[in-house]
Design a protein around this ligand. Structure first.
Ligand code: SF4
Ligand code: SF4
Length: 72
């Protein structure tokens, strides 16, 4: 699954996650000014967005965890 959630209650619309994502997964909604997951399937679980978000609004699942979830 890769990036799992961007919490809109925590997101302050700073655009950092959009800038750091190397795979163009995240967009900023122009009306709500909140980040959202646009291209989930492109995510490679690099964790950059989760690490760089100043509000801890993003959760990413590692590839390993993704396999475990699939196994269930
Ligand atoms: S880095 Fe965090 S606070 Fe900034 S836009 Fe992305 S999700 Fe929102
Ligand atoms: S984990 Fe990496 S590839 Fe996935 S959305 Fe975040 S920055 Fe982009």
């Amino acid at each position: 699954m890769g990036i799992r959630v961007i919490d809109p209650k925590l997101c302050i619309g700073c655009n950092v996650c959009v800038d750091v994502c190397p795979l163009d997964v995240i967009r900023l909604d122009s009306s709500t000014k909140k980040a959202y997951i646009k291209y989930l399937r492109e995510c490679q679980s690099c964790f950059l967005c989760e690490v760089e978000c100043p509000e801890d609004a993003i959760q990413v699942v590692s590839v390993h965890e993704r396999r475990m979830v699939t196994a269930w």
